[in-house]
Design a protein around this ligand. Sequence first.
Ligand code: KG4
Ligand code: ZN
Length: 333
Amino acid sequence: MVAILGIETSCDETAAAIVDDGHDIRSSVVSSQVDLHARFGGVVPEIASRAHAELVGGVVAEALVEAGADLTDLDAVAACHGPGLAGALLVGVSAAKALALTLDIPYVGVNHLEAHLHAAWLEDPSVELPLAVLIVSGGHTMVVIVEEDARYRLIGQTVDDAAGEAFDKVARFLGLGYPGGPAIDRLAREGDPTAIEFPRPMLHDGFDFSFSGLKTAVLHHVRRHPDVEVRDVAASFQEAVVDVLLAKLVGAADEAGARTLVIGGGVAANSRLRSRLVEAAEESGRPALLPRVALCTDNGAMIAATAWWRLRSDGPTPLGCGAFPSLRLPTTD
Ligand code: KG4
Ligand code: ZN
């Protein structure tokens, strides 16, 4: 049995988890900084790094207690080393290296995007490959085909805003606060998704995404119709985003012959995306794997699970290896 501590500090969540053999989650602790950033309407990098530095020790200690483990039970320590905010990443990377050095065990630097892909295996280790995975977060929107031996093919990605970024910007404009995704999700449940026919950008145009024009369309509509019901705007905007996301995911799965449809990243917590994905999967004749929400949003378990695979395939990461704010997904083509 290999017990790995995974630390995640790439954005505004300080998280740590202990996972055995890449799939058995013994503990997972997430401390969100949402309250610290809310009054600024978005994540403030300097505040995020300082908060990570204050919180990371306690979060790791809590993960150990929750797992009933001791530091000496750990076989390796992993941290997300990119992509993400430079100062925020360095906190997790430094903490993981310090522990690895002190305990004389391997350190593993983990790619945040690869970790979001691994949430699928964490949820269901027997999931049928190839997978068509939609990663939708505050910083990324991409469709990736996952094949045997953790080989990834990037099929499409956003050419401008990420899906989560669009949710956050539209929510801010509508006065719904930060983070915007959950706020729009909640309000949209009371609204009519067919009330306003917003554009579906690039719907039939390859596998890349664009959300900037949709965001602008929402702003124009609200300015032209100041009396519009905000809940209808939220529901109609959300429906446009979900339509595009699912069309691309299913299209990519068809083209690549993928067996299973998967979603990951913070926007995968969206209730409309989740229910529509189940319908889309039924229509397309393949199962959908929806990792539980705690595995979709940033967490330490996905870091520890990915580290277990990477440790087996590539060995430990040298301690001289730093943080990589613009790290990309390692793809095969
Ligand atoms: O993956 P994540 O936790 O952090 C990043 O790596 O970015 O994703 C955060 C993003 C934010 O933009 C947030 O508004 C969005 O995920 N989000 C949602 C929902 N919950 C979180 N978007 C739509 N509906 C939700 N329920
Ligand atoms: Zn993320």
